[in-house]
Design a protein around this ligand. Structure first.
Ligand SMILES: NC(=O)c1ccc[n+]([C@@H]2O[C@H](COP(=O)([O-])OP(=O)(O)OC[C@H]3O[C@@H](n4cnc5c(N)ncnc54)[C@H](OP(=O)(O)O)[C@@H]3O)[C@@H](O)[C@H]2O)c1
Length: 269
């Protein structure tokens, strides 16, 4: 099986590198294509892929085409691919807001997977939500899941709207966590800690809380009750957050990202 990754940017390169380590692929079965000549030269020096700058040199040989260019480049790319694709090829798109229907019409291919990854894919801790068109077989689906899982975990969603919804949770979500971390680091600095100590205090607190959560069946709410005692320090902080409706504001923010993903999709088509 040969996989072509189009777009050697943050995400394309992350997936190409992760997939090249997959046990289901033989050596040098990842091809990568980018429009920047310099990047292609650099990539060709890496041992594990073959890099290209011309679609005609790699599209016809691919069994799966993993599209990782920016959404606004998709139309031009699909036009350039016309006449090079062949029936049965599978397109896996990670482009935000680009629908399966659009890809089907633009490429004439029917086996299409739309996926939404997130940035922690770069450290093997990503979450990719995905959906496949009905033409993708069960066996192909399993292979795709295994490939996506090389960057972390994946969930198969039942409707395309959940791809936009997951943009609001996992896609944009790392930034919400960084927002919370930034606020806590600023508080630590204001309390008089050094920049380095503030960083350690916050990052280790996040890491520890996530580890506790992952190693138990307790909900976040359950853990809050465990940490907070009546009249104590944690309760004072949680009460302040409740009084300021932080919970509502976070949910509102996630819905803003979801709605924006839908809007971008509508604008794109
Ligand atoms: N980054 C994230 O956290 C994230 C999360 C979820 C989804 N995504 C999706 O992932 C996709 C890629 O994002 P990214 O952050 O990796 O973007 P990026 O770093 O800009 O990478 C895109 C790459 O594709 C190249 N390119 C553009 N048009 C091309 C063409 N026709 N043929 C070959 N290569 C082409 C670009 O070259 P130039 O720089 O020369 O244009 C660039 O190297 C986007 O559609 C985005 O919606 C990203």
């Amino acid at each position: 099986m040969k996989i072509l990754v189009i777009g050697a940017g943050n995400m394309g390169l992350t997936y190409a590198q992760a997939m090249s380590k997959s046990r289901i692929l033989k050596k040098r079965n990842i091809m990568i294509l980018d429009s920047a000549e310099e990047k292609v030269e650099q990539l060709n020096k890496m041992a594990h892929f073959d890099a290209f700058d011309k679609l005609e040199d790699c599209v016809p040989q691919a069994d799966m085409i993993f599209v990782a260019v920016k959404p606004h480049h998709s139309k031009g790319l699909f036009e350039d691919m016309a006449g090079l694709t062949k029936k049965g090829q599978i397109i896996i798109s990670i482009m935000a807001g680009v629908s399966i229907d659009f890809i089907r019409k633009a490429t004439g291919l029917t086996k299409i997977v739309r996926a939404m990854p997130n940035l922690p894919a770069q450290v093997g801790k990503g979450l990719t939500s995905y959906i496949a068109s009905e033409e993708v077989s069960r066996i192909e689906g399993l292979t795709i899941e295994e490939l996506l899982n090389t960057t972390g975990k994946s969930i198969l969603v039942s409707k395309e709207k959940y791809i936009d919804a997951s943009t609001g949770i996992s896609g944009s979500g790392p930034a919400y966590v960084f927002y919370f971390m930034q606020s806590m680091m600023e508080a630590a600095l204001q309390m008089g800690f050094s920049a380095n100590d503030s960083k350690v205090l916050v990052s280790q607190t996040f890491e520890g809380a996530i580890e506790l959560f992952n190693q138990s069946d307790l909900s976040p709410d359950g853990w809050m009750k465990k940490v907070a005692s009546k009249g104590g320090t944690t309760q004072a902080a949680l009460d302040s957050m409740e009084d300021n409706k932080v919970n509502e504001l976070i949910k509102e923010a996630a819905f803003s990202a979801f709605n924006r993903a839908v809007e971008l999709g509508e604008a794109h088509v």
